[in-house]
Design a protein around this ligand. Structure first.
Ligand SMILES: [Fe+2]
Length: 295
């Protein structure tokens, strides 16, 4: 250390204060960075939010007013994160005792063979609706490059064993509500016309469709009503006031939440329960609970 007299006392203390200030600034920045990193990796990916929304449906039978549809999406079982989070979330979700439960695709991650040991273990705990439980497939359920039919068949078989009815371009009425399910647009069996040719507008309909980009395709045959989707995970990380930098859709309007398509269709994009990578910032994992009301 230099002799204070070298600078003069006042200059010496000014220099020392500035050094202390810079040192504290660096430590604070490092601390904030470390905290944000830990939060993004270890806290937010496992901080589940139950989101409640009203769902007005045309032609809804009176007896279904006030009943609930729970939407769970993109559980991505594999080795990307601890799948016990999904089991714990299912157990919490059961406490809401939903009337219907719908799963909107991407049950597996498809980069670990262990997924087909883990998936049935997770599905043993899956949430089921009192009036019906339905699912559609997502792109990841079709294996590598979304081209493996045997992988999709195994996922469907596991879902059926667990009591989830898979809708592959088909529809099924349960207790007065008609669920229409599309197979995934990036998979091998995207034939929505097979069900939409028989679309009956006098029913109380809800569409399940993994990828929201399908909303922009000419497959709807005049459909009016709700479309429940997943796929985007809300981008998983989103800086405040800006769009998420990574969003796997062509139409960048399709981020998350409720979106009016201004033609009688309403889209809801669930932010996903699982993750592609174990990082989330400002986009907590979500289970949605819709309360039915007459439109
Ligand atoms: Fe996904």
């Amino acid at each position: 250390m230099r002799d204070p007299n070298h600078y003069g006392i006042a200059t010496y203390y000014t220099v020392m204060n500035r050094r202390k200030f810079i040192k504290r600034g660096i430590l604070a920045t490092l601390g904030a960075g470390l905290f944000t990193g830990l939060y993004t990796w270890q806290i937010e990916p496992f901080w589940l939010e139950f989101v409640k929304r009203k769902m007005p449906v045309a032609n809804l039978p009176k007896r279904l007013i006030g009943k609930t549809i729970m939407q769970i999406s993109d559980i991505h079982i594999g080795d990307r994160f601890d799948y016990h989070f999904i089991i714990d979330s299912f157990e919490k979700a059961k406490k809401w005792s939903p009337d219907y439960v719908v799963y909107t695709g991407d049950y597996i991650q498809n980069d670990s063979k262990k997924q087909f040991i883990q998936l049935p273990e997770v599905l043993k705990h899956c949430v089921k609706g009192k009036l019906g439980t339905f699912g559609v497939l997502g792109n990841h359920d079709y294996g590598m490059r979304y081209t493996e039919q045997n992988v999709a068949d195994e996922v469907c078989s596991q879902l059926s064993k667990a009591g989830i009815e898979v809708l592959q371009n088909t529809q099924k009425e349960a207790g007065g509500l008609n669920f229409i399910g599309f197979d995934d647009v990036q998979g091998l069996n995207f034939y929505p016309h097979r069900v939409m040719n028989y679309y009956n507008e006098s029913k109380a309909n809800v569409v399940l469709c993994h990828n929201p980009d399908v909303c922009d395709l000419d497959v709807w045959n005049g459909y009016k009503g709700w479309i429940l989707a997943g796929h985007t995970h809300g981008g998983q990380c989103k800086p405040p006031f800006f769009k998420p930098p990574i969003l796997p859709v062509k139409n960048k309007r399709y981020t998350k939440g409720e979106i009016d398509l201004y033609d009688g269709r309403k889209l809801y994009i669930n932010r996903a329960l699982g993750h592609l990578k174990q990082v989330r910032f400002n986009v907590r994992p979500e289970i949605t609970i819709f309360e039915l009301e007459k439109a």
